[in-house]
Write a protein that binds this ligand. Sequence first.
Ligand SMILES: [Zn+2]
Length: 494
Amino acid sequence: MTTDPIRLLRARHVLPSADAALIDDGAVVWSGTRVLAVGPYERVRAEHTEAECWSFSDHLVLPGMINAHDHGRGLGTLPMGVADAPLEIWISGLFALRALDPYLAALYDGINLLASGVTTTTHQHNPCDWRNLESELIETARGYADAGIRACIGLPLMDQNTLSYIGNEAFLARLPAALAAEVRTSGMAAPLPDWRDLLAVGARLVERWRGDERHWLCYGPVGPQWCSDALLAAVSEAGRDMPVHIHAVETRTQAAFGHRYYGETPLGHLDRIGFLRDNVTCAHCVWLSDQDIALLAARDAKVAHNPSSNLRLRSGIAPVLRLREAGVTVGIGLDGQALADDQDMWAELRLARGLASTPSPAGEALSARALLAMATRAGAAVVMGAAPLLGTIAPGSAADFFALRLDRVRGPYLDARTDLLDAVLGRAKPTDVDTAVVAGEARLRDGRPVGLVRGDIEARLAASLAEPKSPAQETRERLAAALASHLRDVYADW
Ligand SMILES: [Zn+2]
């Protein structure tokens, strides 16, 4: 029988969790995939004299961050030809998104996130082809696993309004006849697979990944306006003990959809049909009533906040302080839409802080520790997950953490009055992330993915897109562009 070696990482500072005291000259000891001990180096070393030691002289060790909402597209939508625009317009561009190999997309997203200090991501899958959904999800999981990052993988579910919130037939009826006919023959308005079959795919993946801590399934009904109540009820039932992840009230138009079609807010409706529970995460939640916030808190439903995405797709600014004040758990997600298109979690945290700050001398703001809690413990609540105790470094927790170099954060001068965590949250960049350990293994060393070469993956991605576009692809691009002005008309008075 082989036993896992015991390893010890010593660093100038260790922060075991967002609300713990900072440990100077600290150490983490782990074996296999689990942490055995964390504390001051002298004490921990004396208890584990046999441990193999890695030393980081000027680093801060933090729990691995958790990206609470994303799609693992590999390449952002902007370089793929879909310009930033209000969400309801932008989304029509996704009809013409070229298919990327799901393995390569997840591999590339995985190494980029890991380089930022993210050790677990949430992947809400956008199918290249619904008929291949199961194999796409398996390949996605393999991509993240090879990148060395854990992933909560969302099974996409939707059954209505794919073209517009007014319904596909109603929307097609508003289009010039020739355009409507072209949209029909292009397949863009084709019915989706029966969601009962998709839930069966989900059940098979739950079995396939059972006991695997690298990835696990969550149900991802795409949003209330895209899902019938029957589908949402079935997801509630099937996903009782699993994470369930839904986009909700991302835009004012989506809030208006609730009033038009339910006669109440979308979250009010989700609650009325029994959908809002503690295993449910609502992504975005920009347009919330006071009652919606109270409902989220009462049901202990979680929120994934996506500040860059909300700005780039002109959705607005989510009421993060009010949500937190009400006791709602709020994680933070990049949504594949970071302001600089670079999956930089540090910049995302700073943006979250800036947007949530009340513009008044007496106003509140998110502290460095609150931001860290959003990126760690709250993210863990969103992904739930097979691995216990993500988002913290404690005996028995997942051995997921990273070492951040402090030389640039502190340099060329850092006043003694400046709190170290304020400096880190104010100044850190992915280039400062030195080493990341996931499930006990170093998957990033010296800022580079272990066993993978970024340039090779980029070359494979570029090669996969070097083929000339097919005539069908060019048709979809032309039609998606033609739909934009009609979509603007549909929602003009919402
Ligand atoms: Zn999203």
